[in-house]
Write a protein that binds this ligand. Structure first.
Ligand code: MIC
Ligand code: SF4
Length: 754
């Protein structure tokens, strides 16, 4: 069955006319990104050209996807918008709340028992509002979207930063906070600053041990975790066309790790093959009619320098497998240099776990290629040195891989097959012994490897690499092992060399599945009741955030000055806290507990200015709130990088923080703060960060005239009686300022409804 084929046909029917209009206003050959964006304008046909990196533009995305950990807050907000049904096709996927412990069936049952209340809420609210619900065990949101919903030239948003995965099927798919999803589901425009464009030309062809993952590991190394901020990355060239569709998905997926708004590829045969294999011949037939509009113009790809803001060229024939990490996905090391690098840095050499899965790398091809490595080890009598775990990306992938003997190959090596879900990737991993906090190394095929992410142990050195490299490194049990040159030795002392991985891009016998885990919504959901128990510890109905009183904020205290990397994992940790994602007050008890206090180098220990003693961040902030005292948070570069979770913005809002002032923001987090009615500001002069001392007080002296393009002034009053006035930049346009004034974007929607 093809979901929403009528919507797809409607989108395609509009394409020729809209592209024409775009050509007229831009008057130059078009990139694919421009085509998709200009084909999805809220105002339908373009009447003027937008300035990249400057213009705020209203778009009309075709669909919305949400995962269980973010959908709770998104839908609690949607409930308040007063709508009967979602305005565009939308889905919810239960994938983040399932722990990996002993293996799929037991773990899934445990999760159903523990999260019953939340799954029931998601299932019934989906049913009520016309949202498709993918039940626990159906698979990871981005794999399920790629298999069922993504279509070339489409535009979607999703409440998860890896929504970008759908770029593998030629979409512009963008990760957002729940409040943005609410706008689109409520039938309103979705706003984005028109992005800059990075073109990545892929020449040559992957070979040997190199895989699609290595392309993005290399790109991450080049661009770093913030190099893609404000940009859409468009891949092209013969090398791009030679990649499989799911391989393209892997590359787009990890574009989130360079901060890119999204990444995409032009429509080609790999996408046709994938669409057909996943039962969507109808989409191919429709796309083929307008195929010329679903890729960039030839002139653009012949002379990319003239059309992109930045160009990178990678020769796939020369690309080496990469291993990125530890602690950050942009620290890239080619496999041939790993031993030297690890020794130099004192990284633990023994690999203790190899994990294959996550939305990035859990396709049929990924499992097949990794299994081909595992098979060789089994055939040669090698027992793996490390433990192995896999999370298939979807039930369809799992069922097919089981039928084709791929899972059996893994099981011969004692691999634990966990549920089709995020599992260890989001810290839902009950790893034995993690509490001892021993220094150790793990390798995985995920996208993120921030400190403590997988198992909560700050001393786990996690490295990101391709599934086939995970297999090789876990078998060898050594981080310095290079399968291209090194040999393995079995129990009888016989040594042998692994041959490069092979695996079918798509199953030769076709995909199969018995129960894909989909629940269609009721045709008329008006009678469906949503019950949230008043004493629930997991779910809490939302209350309006207070409206701004129109006055300057004065006498604010410093809650915390954060030093260094501060991802959304530092601001609102996942793992054990995932269970409170639907309960704002409870989850607020993790506010910034992972961030480093610049004054004492410690996490979760800040000065309470009311008592002079040190306390935990959430407790100190609750004390300020109770006393009616305003406070601010100060941060470093790329503050809020990582995920889309809006809890990282709602928690400080709920606890009464007024402003977050940093050297720079990650895109989604900055928007999330704005949406929730917070002030998200940046230092005009980064050196002003150093002017902020622990006991300072802060006055916003011209907030009363808050206006677009007009910086704000902050007076920092020091303990010794002196003060500094510093200038803070902001990117609020007029409608975003209205969110601030109303207390939040949702308050404004409600005002408009009444
Ligand atoms: C992640 O990979 O960190 C997550 C969990 O998928 C997040 C969303 C979330 O916090 O729920 C993301 O990437 O946006
Ligand atoms: Fe799930 Fe990990 Fe993908 Fe996030 S990155 S959606 S936690 S698999």
């Amino acid at each position: 069955m093809v979901f929403d084929i009528d919507m797809i046909k409607r989108v395609y029917a509009n394409y020729p006319e809209r592209i024409n209009a775009a050509r007229q206003v831009l008057n130059k050959p078009l990139t694919l990104t421009e085509k998709i964006l200009y084909a999805h304008l809220w105002d339908e046909k373009a009447t003027s050209a937008f300035e990249r990196g400057k213009s705020y533009v209203d778009f009309a995305p075709d669909r919305v996807a949400m995962q269980d950990a973010t959908a709770q807050m998104a839908l609690l907000q949607f409930m308040q918008a007063g709508k009967k049904r979602v305005a565009v096709p939308s889905t919810v996927h239960a994938d983040h709340l399932i722990q990996a412990r002993v293996g799929a069936s037991k773990d899934l049952q445990d999760s159903l028992n523990q999260n019953n209340e939340v799954f029931n809420f998601l299932s019934s609210i989906s049913n009520k509002y016309g949202i498709g619900f993918w039940k626990p065990g159906a698979g990871i949101i981005h794999q399920v979207v790629l298999e069922n919903y993504a279509f070339p030239g489409g535009m979607m948003i999703g409440t998860d930063s890896h929504t970008v995965n759908a770029g593998g099927l030629g979409m512009v798919a963008i990760g957002v906070g729940g409040a943005d999803a609410v706008d689109v589901m409520a039938g309103m425009a979705w706003e984005l600053k028109f992005p800059k464009l990075i073109g990545i030309k892929l020449t040559g062809k992957l070979n040997g041990w190199t895989s699609a993952k290595d392309v993005i590991l290399k790109v991450a190394d080049i661009l770093t975790v913030k190099g893609g901020t404000g940009c859409i990355v468009e891949y092209f060239g013969e090398g791009a066309q030679a990649l499989s569709c799911t391989g393209k998905g892997t590359i787009c997926n990890m574009g989130a790790e360079i901060g890119a708004t999204t990444s995409t590829f032009g429509y080609d045969d790999s996408m046709r093959r994938y669409l057909i294999a996943t039962g969507r011949q109808d989409v191919v037939d429709a796309a083929d009619v307008i195929a010329e509009h679903l890729t960039g113009d030839a002139e653009v790809y012949e002379n990319p320098k003239a059309y992109f803001d930045q160009i990178i060229e990678i020769n796939l024939s020369e690309l080496e497998p990469h291993i990125n990490g530890p602690f950050t996905p942009d620290r890239g090391t080619p496999v041939s240099k790993m031993r030297e690098e690890a020794e130099k840095n004192g990284w633990p050499m023994d690999v203790e776990w190899g994990l294959i899965g996550s939305c990035t790398n859990s396709s049929y091809e990924d499992l097949a290629r990794a299994a081909s490595v595992v098979k060789q080890a089994v055939a040669n009598g090698i027992t793996p040195k490390a433990e192995f775990g896999i999370n298939p990306g979807s039930e369809q992938v799992r069922f097919t891989a089981e039928r084709d003997g791929i899972l059996a190959d893994f099981e011969k090596m004692g691999t634990k097959v966990f549920t089709n879900a995020c599992g260890p990737c989001i810290g839902q991993w009950d790893r034995e012994g993690a509490e001892k906090q021993e220094k150790n190394t793990i390798v995985h095929s995920f996208n993120r490897n921030f400190s403590k992410r997988a198992d909560g142990n700050p001393n786990t050195h996690a490295f990101v690499t391709s599934p086939e490299m995970v297999a090789a490194l876990a078998i060898a049990g050594n981080l310095g092992f290079n399968p291209l040159t090194d040999t393995l030795t079995n129990a009888e002392g016989k040594s042998f060399k692994l041959t490069p991985p092979v695996g079918d891009e798509l199953p030769t016998k076709g995909f199969a599945v018995e129960d894909n885990g989909y629940q269609a919504p009721a045709a008329d959901g008006s009678a469906v009741n949503i019950i949230v128990a008043p004493d629930s510890q997991r779910l809490q109905l939302l209350e309006n955030f207070p409206v701004w009183n129109g006055k300057n904020i004065t006498d604010a205290k410093l809650l915390i000055k954060v030093k260094g990397k501060c991802t959304t994992d530092h601001i609102s940790m996942a793992g054990p806290w995932l269970k409170y994602r639907g309960h704002l007050d409870n989850i607020s008890n993790n506010l910034l507990i992972g961030a480093e206090n610049a004054f004492n180098g410690k996490a979760n220990e800040v000065k309470n200015q009311l008592t002079g003693s040190y306390g935990e961040v959430p407790a100190v902030q609750r004390a300020y709130k109770a006393a009616g005292i305003a406070s601010i948070v100060v941060g470093d570069h790329n503050y809020g990088e990582g995920s889309s979770r809006e809890h990282a913005a709602m928690e400080p809002r709920h606890l009464g923080v007024s402003a977050v002032i940093v050297k720079s923001f990650a895109r989604i987090h900055e928007t999330n703060l704005k949406k929730q009615g917070m002030l998200a500001l940046t230092f005009t002069d980064e050196a002003d960060y150093d002017k902020i001392h622990e006991n300072d007080l802060f006055d916003f002296i011209d907030l009363e005239s808050f206006a677009p393009e007009k910086p704000l002034t902050l007076r920092i009053r020091h303990e010794n009686g002196t003060h500094d006035d510093i200038i803070l930049n902001h990117t609020y346009n007029q409608s975003q300022i209205e969110w601030f004034k109303a207390g939040s974007a949702l308050n404004l929607i409600k005002l408009m409804e009444n």
